[in-house]
Design a binder for this molecule. Structure first.
Ligand code: NDP
Ligand code: GDR
Length: 362
């Protein structure tokens, strides 16, 4: 089912990069991905897609690169001549962005500009369509609920401030140079491939480890934050749909439901047979296993952010109407899948004998 189309994905080693690569390969694309050099393997999520580079016409090809390196990006775009670029690469952790603000701006904001300039410089304006991984973090401090394409932005972190530059430079290059460039304003989307330090995966991993007796306690920050959590596999389909439209535009992808971190914890622990009872308030709140009285959840103030996004709830009506996009997975399906996969993963883990603090995989 070869389409003859060529896609270039930045951030191919991340959660969305892995699902999007799978989708595009299944549609007959040749997929080029940019991965960073790392001192240890960072291709775990895409290993199953790897092809021996010595075979004829490989469908999945990786290139070393970095969003902070203009000449590298220009060369890769020149060599691959993509029909579609999906810019998923980013320092994507909101809390980390408070500690690495300048780097986050360089990779997330200027990195986006570098790719758009590559399209211009290489005279690919009429050929190459561009997807930008924009985010519900742009809404930040609550102005309007539910949030849609017309809701004003109010970023609350260096990450969101960098992403707002990327959002507007995409709009500007679309208007100024007629590049087919679209922003997907995606609300949180999770999966068993989610990075381990985002709150959903942190919770599902810990619940699995506590259930298996590998860990006693989970430390969390703000339990009151509310998020609109969907499934990553469904959201990457929306990215692809955006680039198949005649006209580029900006779209919200969301489920239209919101849940607190606290309720996500309850759902996850219930899946491993632990009913959580909450005691105390604020930083003194604890979550107790109702049947044993043992403390499972404790608040650690280090996980609170200097400025928080309290409530995200998206309205995906435009994507539904114009793209025909919809989401199927309910929050309980997402929780069930993530817990199931982390139980499998944790069952293959043993306590680290050297530090007695972490886990090693065997
Ligand atoms: P991940 O953190 O899982 O993946 C980020 C990817 O970017 C990884 O491949 C990472 O490489 C790569 N990367 C980071 N910095 C650089 C750099 N300087 N140069 C090249 N590559 C780099 O993110 P997700 O897959 O969850 O998200 C994909 C995109 O969508 C991100 O831009 C994110 O900000 C955005 N987004 C995500 C949402 C979500 O809920 N998941 C919602 C809205 C937007 P490595 O593997 O080596 O670290
Ligand atoms: P978010 O995701 O900041 O929404 O950004 P994250 O899962 O990190 O946080 C969600 C909410 O949970 C609260 N929280 C904690 N968060 C983490 N990481 N660790 C904790 O221990 C913890 N305790 C409570 C947070 O304060 C927050 O309110 C994600 C990323 O994927 C971004 O790249 C993307 O743009 C947005 O989603 C949409």
């Amino acid at each position: 089912m070869a389409t003859g189309k060529v896609a270039l994905i930045t951030g191919v080693t991340g959660q969305d990069g892995a699902y999007l690569s799978e989708l595009l390969i299944s549609k007959g694309y040749t997929v080029h991905g940019i991965k960073r050099r790392s001192s240890s393997f960072n291709t775990g999520r895409i290993e199953h897609l790897y092809e021996d580079p010595h075979v004829d016409n490989p469908k999945f090809i990786l290139h070393y690169g970095d969003m902070t390196d203009s000449t590298n990006l220009i060369r890769i775009v020149q060599e691959t001549q993509p029909d579609e670029i999906y810019n998923l690469a980013a320092q994507s952790h909101v809390q980390v962005s408070f500690e690495t603000a300048e780097y986050t701006a360089n990779a997330d904001a200027i990195g986006t500009l570098r790719l758009l300039e590559a399209i211009r410089l290489l005279k690919l304006v009429d050929k190459t369509r561009f997807y930008q991984a924009s985010t519900s973090e742009l809404y930040g401090k609550v102005q309007e609920v539910p949030q849609s394409e017309t809701t004003p932005f109010y970023p609350r972190s260096p990450y969101a401030a960098a992403k707002i530059y990327a959002y507007w430079i995409v709009v500007n290059y679309r208007e100024a140079y007629n590049i087919h460039a679209s922003n997907g304003i995606l609300f949180n989307h999770e999966s068993p491939l989610r990075g381990e330090t985002f709150v959903t995966r942190k919770i599902t991993r810990a619940a699995a480890a506590i259930h298996l007796g590998l860990q006693d306690r989970l430390y969390l920050g703000n339990l009151d934050a509310k998020r609109d959590w969907g499934h990553a596999r469904e959201y990457v389909r929306g990215m692809w749909l955006m680039l198949q439209q005649d006209k580029a535009d900006d779209y919200v992808l969301a489920t239209g439901e919101t849940h607190t971190v606290r309720s996500f914890v309850e759902k996850v622990f219930a899946k491993v047979g632990i009913q959580i009872e909450w005691k105390g308030q604020g930083v003194d709140e604890i979550g107790i296993d109702a049947s044993t009285g043992k403390v499972c959840i404790q608040i650690d103030p280090r996980y609170f952010r200097p400025t928080e996004v309290d409530l995200l709830l998206g309205n995906p009506a435009k994507a539904r109407e114009k793209l025909g996009w919809s989401h199927e997975a309910k929050i309980d399906d997402l929780v069930a899948e993530m817990v199931r996969e982390d139980l499998k993963l944790m069952a293959r883990s043993v306590p680290n004998p050297n530090t007695n603090r972490g886990l090693v995989h065997v």
